[in-house]
Design a protein around this ligand. Sequence first.
Ligand SMILES: [Mg+2]
Length: 223
Amino acid sequence: MTNDLLENTRHQISSIIIDRNRPLIISDADEVLVVFMARFELFLNEQNYFFDWSSFRLTGNIRRKSDNYTFSQNEVLSLLDTFFAKETQSLDAVPGAIEALNLLSLRAQIVILSNVPFTYHAERERCLVEHGMNYPLIINNGLKGPAVRALAGPARAPVFFIDDSPSHIESVATQADHVRRIHFVHDTRLAELVGPAPESHHRIDSWPEARTTIEKELSAAGF
Ligand SMILES: [Mg+2]
């Protein structure tokens, strides 16, 4: 995967105003702010497919009930696209996320950085706004390090990044090491399949705890 910032993502980032003197919290959406896995599992079950919960990845774990066939990478991407087309707009909020962001927004800017396909930008935005998570939304593709580096810039205040994927956490460590990294996995079954991302500063799977941790770090840094 590339370390370059995609033109589309760069353009979105340049359209939002970031105050470098204010703390910034960059949060993923799926499995952090909105419930992805439980709804995706329902979607698979409706088609007589299932997720076999054997590892922290989609490809290799999505199977057909009738013959246990394992879907290929391309088939998984196609299933995901159908899922996002059908469900992006109506995903549930992760418990505690709305309230935590609401409180954190008093002390920090919030930006949501999501890898939902570009086509579903409007649906994702509508879903988040309907939940009261009306913060700038940036849609990215591929590893998130370059987008986080561009968002964080030459920060004069703490920057936090929250994501369920160890690859994105690692990418941010490589591209913007000054960013504080929280590894957050909402689904408890998924959470059991993945240890703390090696490049994370914290592994936290609940919003009240994530909020307290960020607030403590902000206070310690004088913000
Ligand atoms: Mg995610």
